[in-house]
Design a protein around this ligand. Structure first.
Ligand SMILES: O=C(NC/C=C/[C@H]1O[C@@H](Sc2ccncc2)[C@H](O)[C@@H]1O)c1cc([N+](=O)[O-])cc(O)c1O
Ligand SMILES: [Mg+2]
Length: 214
């Protein structure tokens, strides 16, 4: 019977990566998606920009919206200081099951809490469920039409603090035009665009970094 793309990505990790070595997991996924089949991981070019922003912020509390196979969760968690936590939200249970295995294979499961459900339902529960007062860093990589409503929800739930950094994937391709309009014309944010390319292609894409000013 036919396997799913996330299942094939997990297989490639188990075959080609070293258990407990996050960098080898990242390389195995990038190699598979470059040479075998494309998948919507943030990829190595945008991933390096993600790495530099995470390293600069050195966050204690991170929220990721849209886990998919866990590629960016591994990228982020491998850079976190001891005691720091990444909460990653995934809507699709089958995909979440694969992501959990890839995160565990990388050996960084102690830094990651994968929550199944939709961002819209889970964001209002972050304080009560996880004892979060605010997030230091947020990576948006889920449904592109959820970037604006979820950013507003994060504001309303008091989960942003002066200096919280939001980083949004795909603002050019597939595109998040309403998000760019919202965040760039909002004096409560200071934004900067990082040009790059859609993962594993030559198509233009980029990341938008926005600092919440309080
Ligand atoms: O569509 C894209 N991403 C949507 C990602 C969605 C992921 O997040 C949840 S949805 C969810 C998770 C949490 N809360 C609510 C919904 C889905 O189950 C999937 O795992 C995308 C598409 C392209 N592309 O080229 O077409 C490139 C990319 O880099 C992309 O990120
Ligand atoms: Mg993306």
């Amino acid at each position: 019977t036919q396997t799913t793309r996330p299942q094939r990505i997990l297989k490639a990790v188990q075959k080609n990566a070293t258990k407990g070595d996050p960098d080898s997991v990242i390389s195995a996924i990038d190699h598979y998606c470059k040479h075998s089949e494309w998948a919507m991981n943030v990829g190595d070019e945008k991933g390096s920009i993600l790495d530099s922003v995470v390293s600069e912020v050195n966050p204690s509390t991170v929220l990721e919206l849209g886990t998919y196979c866990g590629y960016s969760a591994v990228r982020i968690a491998r850079l976190l200081s001891p005691g720091s936590k990444l909460i990653t939200v995934e809507f699709n249970p089958a995909i979440a099951a694969i992501a959990k295995q890839i995160i565990a294979y990388a050996g960084i499961q102690d830094k990651v809490t994968l929550v199944e459900g939709s961002s819209g339902d889970l964001i209002p529960k972050m304080k009560e469920c996880f004892g979060i007062t605010s997030f230091d860093f947020i990576f948006l990589d889920h449904w592109k039409d959820r970037y604006v409503p979820d950013t507003k929800l994060l504001e309303e739930c008091g989960l942003l603090r002066k200096g919280t950094v939001l980083l949004a994937d795909n603002v050019i391709c597939p595109g998040a035009p309403e998000y760019l309009k919202y965040i760039r014309n909002n004096r409560r944010y200071e934004s900067r665009y990082y040009p790059a390319h859609l993962e594993y292609t030559k198509v233009e894409d980029g990341l938008e970094k926005s600092i919440f000013l309080g």
